[in-house]
Structure formats: structure tokens, C-alpha cells
Design a binder for this molecule. Structure first.
Ligand SMILES: C[S@@+](CC[C@H](N)C(=O)[O-])C[C@H]1O[C@@H](n2cnc3c(N)ncnc32)[C@H](O)[C@@H]1O
Length: 483
């Protein structure tokens, strides 16, 4: 008997093993070999155990399971109503309705002023001052007035408190101590050829200080025409493959549930110009279009083959793509290094960078970033990510929003990169960037998403995979350029 798990781990076709055609495929050889997926697991065990401690075991269990959970993004140009009914008959739920329900509970709890540790912490810890509308300057020193009885999600919609006390590396920093070891404060060095990863992380200078403004957001706008369905927590049903609609396009796109949040965080408004800097295979660009808001979306990727994948997604989901979308300039496909994209009045920029793709790295040996031949590239990821994000901050219009996202649990590639880009913006430019703390807004999503504790993060938010709700990991951080 051949140990099935071993064969799978090695990505070896079972027939090849049975026939012994390739001696490297013999199970005894396979057993001795350390594959990229094993290296990835070793690395995560080593690193994430220190960051997430006990929680890492449950995240690990979810990541190693094959049952990655998807959501279905319904195609507005397909058979929309029929598809809704079909998915509902399978027990799937409309995420918009779940968020609205949760928002109702929160508003009721706040209105009743019942003591609730979590709500108190998130909503009443600081007094809110009005946020600046897009494009106008925020005055960090604005006097704060706070009347607890006025306080509700509704009244605080679009309001934010500007947390001017949040000086990085000050003693009252929100982060846990261990995280500090992993968050770079200076330009990340990644050019070294042969360096132990553990030493690599020690190179980050922890001393330099700079100032970061944070403002809270109280509502997560769910666009009226966007329909996303999920199965509730604990329900491990799969969506059947999407059928073609009478219009010829597919009725829905399946994607990791976590991937919805960076696009919602972008808060695309009608007639916005949107840039998706690293778009392929294309789920998030498609989701952004399904809001029906963008006046134009530019979907860019550095790789030609991946731009073609994006194009084929568009063709499958948009009627008459070549003429009605590309031809009319509503969609533009570009193949550029994101760091060299030109200015074009972008209101919203999604920076969904290449990363260690933790879940994939644990399952697929092919092209795995933990292959020894890719170590240099892997160590340079934070540097590349930081440069792409910094360029996005430069490119976005005043008042515009940039969302940085990854599918890794690594604090270096997440908050670390945001930290580095903010610091660069602070030191090298006169841009003023505000970090949007979405914690209050994300309360609405808690029946669907499980997040890492906010004290684990400095800037962004992190959807963590758990066995019963196996989405993510998805990190996202919303930044607004106000100057
Ligand atoms: C995490 S994937 C993006 C996933 C995509 N946003 C989605 O939702 O389907 C990262 C992408 O970044 C692209 N990429 C890598 N380096 C890049 C660069 N310097 N400029 C632009 N894209 C890059 C990769 O080809 C890859 O397609």
C-alpha cells in the first residue's frame, strides 16, 4: 500500500508511483524528501507560534484542511434573481443581509446603553470628532466633544476620531510585545543572498519614531447591487460550479470569503476611478466592478499570462467584453510593474500584493515560494510590497483611498509593510496619510468573519482561518491620503 498522504504531499500523480517509472517517485524516496510544503509548515510553525501562540494551533488546523471556504459573488449581468433563489434553496445566505442584521443588533445595544465590554471598548473608548470629507484637510487638534447618549452607528456614520496619541514605538503602543520584534521600522533589507531568516528579521531597526494618525470608521458600506452569498459558520457545503446565464455569462464567481473585505474597505463610490495594481487572477477587480460604481477600472498585473487570466475572467462574466467594456474604456488591462504605473487621477487603489500565500504554500509544491530556489525572492517580498504600497500612496488622488492587502499571517508582510510605507511617506514626502481603523465597522461582519484580536495588529485587520469558518488568511489595511 502506498501512503496516500505522502503521494499527495509530493504532488506526484498516483499512476506514476504505481508504475515506478520515475525512481524519484518511489514512495520510499518521497518519504525522505523535504518538500516546499514541508518547509512552509516548518517556517510557519516556527514563526507564527511566537506571534499567535495557542491560537496558531487552530489556525494551522484550518489551513492544513482541504476544505477552504468560498463565497459566491453573483454576477449582475447573469440570471441574478434565479441564481439568488437557487443558492438560497441550498441554504446559502446573502452577506449583505447578515451584515444588516448584525448592524441592527449593535445599534439596539448601543441605544439601550447596556454595558458591553466589547462594544464599550470599540465604540466608546474615544470621543468621536467629525471626519473630514474626501479631499479636505483633517485637523488633528480639533477639540473633542462627546455625548455618550448621541452615540450610535447611525449618528457616527462617516465620523471618526483622530487618534493623535498613537505614536509608533511609544510605551502605550497597542501592539503586543512580541510583534515589535517582527515589525520593521526602517527600510527593509532584503538584498542579502545568504542569511538565516531568523537573522533577517533582526535587522529591522526598532528605534526610529514617526507620527501616525488613525481615525475610526463606524460603517462598512455594502453596495446596493453587490450580492455575495456564503454558507453560515459550521456549514461545510460547497457551492456547485456556476452555470451559464441566458446572456451567456457565468452566474457567479467563487472566491475566498476573506477577499471580499479589502474591496468593501475600498469604499468605492459612484464614478470612482479604480486601479487594481496586482489584479490576477482577478476576483477583486471583478468584485469591484460588480458594485456597478466604478467609472473605470484599470486591472494591472506584472505577468502577461496572468493579465490574460484576468481578461478571460472578464470575458466569462461581462457581456460583450471587448466592445462594451474594453472598447468603451470602462475596463483597461495593463501589464506593468506596479511600481512604475503612471498617475491617472485614481480615487481608489487596491494593492493586493504578491506574498507568501500561506494557505497555498502549505498545499502546492509547484511554484511554491518556499522552494530553496526562491528564498531570495521570498526574503525580498516585504521590500517589493513596501515599494508597491508607497507608489500607490503617491498615485492616489488627494482624499482618495488605498487598501493594502495580503493573504498571509506574517506581521512583517502585513503591518510591517504598512509601517514601512507610512514611515517613508513621512520622511520623504509631504503627503499626509491617515490609517482608517475599521474595528467598529467590522463589528457588523462578525457573524461571517473571524478576526485576529485587534491588539495583535497596529494598522490593519486580519481574517483568520478557523475550521468552522475556513476563510483567509486575509490582511487588509485602509489608508486615506488627505494631503
Ligand atoms: C495575490 S495575487 C493578486 C490576486 C488578485 N488581486 C485577485 O484578487 O485575484 C498577486 C499578484 O501580483 C502580481 N505581481 C507580482 N509582482 C508584481 C509587480 N511588481 N507589479 C504588479 N503585479 C505584480 C502577481 O503576478 C500576482 O498575480
Amino acid at each position: 500500500m502506498f501512503p496516500a498522504k505522502l503521494l499527495k504531499r509530493a504532488n506526484v500523480p498516483s499512476k506514476a508511483i504505481i508504475r515506478y517509472k520515475n525512481p524519484d517517485h518511489h514512495w520510499s524516496v518521497v518519504r525522505k524528501k523535504t518538500f516546499a510544503v514541508d518547509k512552509a509548515l516548518q517556517h510557519f510553525d516556527d514563526f507564527y507560534n511566537q506571534v499567535y501562540s495557542k491560537k496558531w494551533l487552530s489556525i494551522r488546523k484550518a489551513l492544513l484542511k482541504d476544505r477552504h471556504k468560498y463565497v459566491a459573488v453573483l454576477n449582475y449581468y447573469g440570471d441574478l434573481e434565479a441564481t439568488k433563489s437557487a443558492l438560497e434553496s441550498l441554504g446559502a445566505l446573502n452577506i449583505r443581509k447578515l451584515f444588516a442584521l448584525e448592524k441592527g443588533y449593535i445599534e439596539a445595544a448601543l441605544a439601550q446603553n447596556k454595558p458591553d465590554r466589547v462594544l464599550d471598548e470599540i465604540f466608546r473608548r474615544e470621543s468621536p470628532t467629525p471626519d473630514s470629507p474626501e479631499g479636505t484637510e483633517v485637523k488633528p487638534d480639533a477639540p473633542r466633544t462627546f455625548n455618550a447618549s448621541d452615540y450610535s452607528l447611525k449618528t457616527s456614520l462617516d465620523q471618526a476620531d483622530l487618534d493623535t496619541k498613537r505614536l509608533i514605538d511609544s510605551d502605550d503602543s497597542l501592539s503586543v510585545e512580541v510583534l515589535h520584534q517582527f515589525v520593521p521600522a526602517t527600510r527593509i533589507k532584503g538584498k542579502e543572498d545568504f542569511i538565516l531568516e531568523s537573522s533577517h528579521y533582526k535587522m529591522y531597526d526598532q528605534k526610529a519614531e514617526f507620527h501616525v494618525d488613525v481615525s475610526k470608521e463606524y460603517d462598512l458600506h455594502f453596495p446596493e447591487h453587490l450580492n455575495v452569498y456564503c454558507f453560515e459558520e459550521g456549514n461545510k457545503s460547497d457551492f456547485p460550479p456556476a452555470k451559464r446565464a441566458s446572456t451567456g455569462v457565468l452566474n457567479y464567481y467563487l472566491m475566498d470569503g476573506g477577499s471580499v473585505l479589502p474591496v468593501l474597505a475600498l469604499d468605492i463610490k459612484p464614478n470612482n476611478r479604480v486601479l487594481d495594481m496586482c489584479c490576477a487572477p482577478g476576483g477583486k477587480s471583478l468584485l469591484a466592478l460588480q458594485t456597478l460604481y466604478p467609472e473605470r477600472i484599470v486591472s494591472n498585473d506584472v505577468s502577461l499570462s496572468r493579465v490574460r487570466r484576468m481578461q478571460s475572467v472578464y470575458k466569462q462574466f461581462l457581456i460583450d467584453f471587448e466592445d462594451s467594456w474594453l472598447g468603451k474604456g470602462k475596463v483597461k488591462l495593463t501589464q506593468r510593474d506596479a511600481r512604475s504605473i503612471d498617475y491617472d487621477h485614481y480615487d481608489r487603489i487596491l494593492v493586493d500584493v504578491p506574498c507568501t500565500t500561506d494557505r497555498i504554500s502549505l498545499h502546492e509544491n509547484d511554484n511554491n515560494v518556499f522552494k530553496p530556489s526562491r528564498i531570495k525572492e521570498r526574503l525580498q517580498l516585504p521590500e517589493l510590497q513596501g515599494e508597491i504600497l508607497f507608489h500607490a500612496l503617491n498615485l492616489v488622488k488627494k482624499g482618495g483611498v488605498v487598501v493594502y492587502s495580503t493573504c498571509t499571517l506574517s506581521p512583517i508582510q502585513n503591518d510591517g509593510v504598512v509601517h514601512m510605507a507610512l514611515k517613508r511617506a513621512w520622511e520623504e514626502t509631504d503627503m499626509k496619510i491617515i490609517v482608517k481603523d475599521l474595528s467598529p465597522a467590522l463589528m457588523q461582519t462578525k457573524s461571517v468573519y473571524k478576526f485576529a484580536e485587534q491588539r495583535m495588529l497596529r494598522y490593519g485587520h486580519l481574517v483568520i482561518p478557523l475550521v468552522d469558518q475556513n476563510f483567509g488568511p486575509t490582511y487588509f489595511c485602509k489608508l486615506q491620503k488627505i494631503q
